[in-house]
Design a protein around this ligand. Structure first.
Ligand SMILES: [Zn+2]
Length: 87
């Protein structure tokens, strides 16, 4: 029991230190969340980006890539192929 109260005191001390250095925490440049609120933060030198924003960006990139592939396929389908010319 004594050990437990000691531990909570240490935790509280940690909390006060945490709130003190809150402004200096590295934050995501996109959503402004600190590394305490995201799974992980990737540092790109002067700016950081969180895992959540990277996932969102990846989805956007994937969507755009799919649109481009679909458009290319449609163009290819509309083109007369060499087999169409054999008659
Ligand atoms: Zn973010």
């Amino acid at each position: 029991m004594i050990l437990n109260t000691d531990r909570s005191n240490i935790a509280l001390g940690g909390m006060s230190m945490f709130s003190y250095s809150l402004t200096n925490l590295p934050r995501c440049a996109v959503c402004k969340k600190s590394d305490h609120h995201v799974r992980y933060l990737i540092s790109g030198g002067e700016i950081n980006i969180c895992s959540e924003c990277i996932t969102k960006f990846n989805q956007k990139i994937q969507e755009r890539r799919l649109v481009r592939i679909r458009r290319k396929l449609m163009e290819d389908l509309q083109k007369p192929t060499s087999s169409d010319n054999i008659h």
